[in-house]
Every structure is written in structure tokens, then in C-alpha cells.
Design a protein around this ligand. Structure first.
Ligand code: PAF
Length: 277
């Protein structure tokens, strides 16, 4: 596996690849969820590139940029074992040189949910992904369904900007109690970790209600809210029952819905979702 830290070297490595290249952008502190993106890329492509870059522009002033977990050595060894061809670790100065002043803003779908709770977040995500795509020139890019809105933003950006690549969605990987895998789970102490399972339990309740014929989005929101509020360590930021494409809140569930949550467990902000059809 090549470990590359500069943009010219990354471009050179890409040119030397024959056949389709898959790309998995990450912020590191890898877990099984990232490795399932890698597996997807290895299945579909002859080469796989993974980037590790904790992107400062997608964190707000009150977000956890400084304490975001980092372990480069461990990440590189996991990627080597997973059979990745190239790991790209650009520097912040190379990605955002002094005078950098061009941004990618996907409007509409970023004005809700995470976009509302974290102003500027998706501008940072779309900008860094666009830059990485322009450097790596992948044929396919892999994103987890856990960050459903991020996935929707990347798909919209790829369509609107005519990017010559396919965006591949990979199902969320979960711990035994249903907690979605996330680098931020490492912030949870043992009591919080147990409490965090309430997110998936509440999503399952929503799924069950819909399966049993509930059509009212308000009834689903109320049931999910009630279950989470019964957990003393949990504090809800939002409970959303929205259209899977526009992410607009629904009144009535007909053929599909994205149920998504942002919940603080102690100081840790967790998100999760399920898409129902
Ligand atoms: O999902 C993430 O880890 C990040 O938002 C991404 C896509 C790597 C962009 O920094």
C-alpha cells in the first residue's frame, strides 16, 4: 500500500492505475463501518484509494474539531490489512492554502436537519469532497447511509456539477445493540454507551409502527421522542420524518420516509437514521 501525503504524488499514483478506481474519503479513526466502504470499493474496482483528512471547514466554532479522535498509525495498518492500494493523507495547508476562497454550496437539501443544526457544515463537506474528487479522479465514490443527508448532498453535487463518477451508498454497520458505528462513539463513557442504544431502539419503534400501518408522521415523531426522552442521559436535537429525496418533513407517510435523529448523549452528539419504503 502506498502512503501518499502530497497532491502531485497522488495525481501520479492515479495515473499509474489501470482500470476503474474506487475512492473512500474519511476523517480517520477508522472502524468496521469504514472498512465496509473499502470492501464495497474493492468489490467494484481494480484499485481503491482512501483519504484521511480531518477537514476543518466542516466543523463549526463549537464543534469538536480539536478533540476529534485521530490515530494515523492504527488507521494505516487497518487499511493495509484491508488491501487498500493508496492511502492519501493531505495536509491542511495543501488543501486550504492561504487565500483559498472558493466554496461549493449545495442549496435546498442542506437547509434542513444537519444543515440547520450545523450551519456551514455541508459547505465544508461538499467543498472538500469536490477537491478530493478532482485530485483522486475516482470512477466510484463510497459513502455510508448513516450520514444520509451527506450522501444526498454528494449525490446532488455530483449531478448538478456533472461529476464523472458514481456515488455508491453503503448500508450502516451497527454494534450488537444496534448503535450505528461512528468514530464519535469513542467519546462515550460506559454508561453513555449503554444509553446510546436508545437511538436505534427508537428508529426500530418507528419502523414497526409504519409496518403496522401508521401513516401519521406526527404520531411517529411523538413515539420516537417519548422513547428517547425516557432515557435520562439523552437530549434530543431533532426527530425528523422526511421525504427521502427532498428531506422535507412529511405530514403523512405514503410510500417512503427517512426517519432521522440527532441526539446528545451526555456531551456527545450522535446521528442515526433508517429509510423506509
Ligand atoms: O463523513 C466523513 O467522514 C466526512 O464528512 C468526509 C466525507 C470524509 C468529508 O470530510
Amino acid at each position: 500500500m502506498k502512503v501518499i501525503r502530497t497532491i502531485p504524488e497522488m495525481r501520479e499514483a492515479r495515473q499509474a492505475m489501470s482500470g476503474p478506481a474506487g475512492f473512500v474519503p474519511t476523517m480517520g479513526y477508522l472502524h468496521e463501518g469504514h472498512l465496509s466502504l473499502v470492501q464495497g470499493s474493492k468489490r467494484d474496482n481494480s484499485s481503491t484509494v482512501v483519504s484521511i483528512f480531518v477537514n476543518p471547514t466542516q466543523f463549526g466554532p463549537k464543534d469538536d474539531f480539536n478533540r476529534y479522535p485521530r490515530d494515523e498509525r492504527r488507521d494505516i495498518s487497518m487499511l493495509e490489512k484491508a488491501g487498500v492500494d493508496v492511502v492519501f493523507l493531505p495536509t491542511a495547508v495543501d488543501m486550504y492554502p492561504s487565500g483559498f476562497n472558493t466554496w461549493v454550496d449545495v442549496l435546498g437539501i442542506t437547509e434542513r436537519l444537519e444543515g440547520l443544526a450545523r450551519p456551514g457544515h455541508f459547505r465544508g463537506v461538499a467543498t472538500i469532497c469536490n477537491k478530493l474528487f478532482n485530485i483522486v479522479l475516482p470512477d466510484r465514490v463510497y459513502f455510508g447511509q448513516k450520514d444520509a443527508q451527506q450522501l444526498a448532498v454528494i449525490k446532488k453535487m455530483a449531478a448538478d456539477l456533472n461529476l464523472k463518477l458514481d456515488v455508491v451508498a453503503v448500508p450502516t454497520l451497527r454494534e450488537a445493540d444496534g448503535l450505528a458505528m461512528s468514530s464519535r462513539n469513542s467519546y462515550l463513557n460506559p454508561k453513555e454507551r449503554t444509553a446510546a442504544a436508545v437511538l436505534y431502539r427508537s428508529l426500530c419503534l418507528a419502523g414497526k409502527m409504519i409496518q403496522e400501518g401508521e401513516h401519521s408522521a406526527d404520531s411517529i415523531r411523538a413515539a420516537v421522542t417519548g422513547l428517547i426522552e425516557a432515557e435520562p442521559l439523552a437530549k434530543i436535537e431533532y426527530v425528523s420524518v422526511a421525504d427521502t429525496v427532498s428531506l422535507k418533513e412529511l405530514e403523512e407517510i405514503r410510500s417512503q420516509a427517512l426517519i432521522s435523529l440527532a441526539v446528545r448523549i451526555g456531551k456527545t452528539r450522535l446521528i442515526d437514521n433508517i429509510a423506509l419504503s
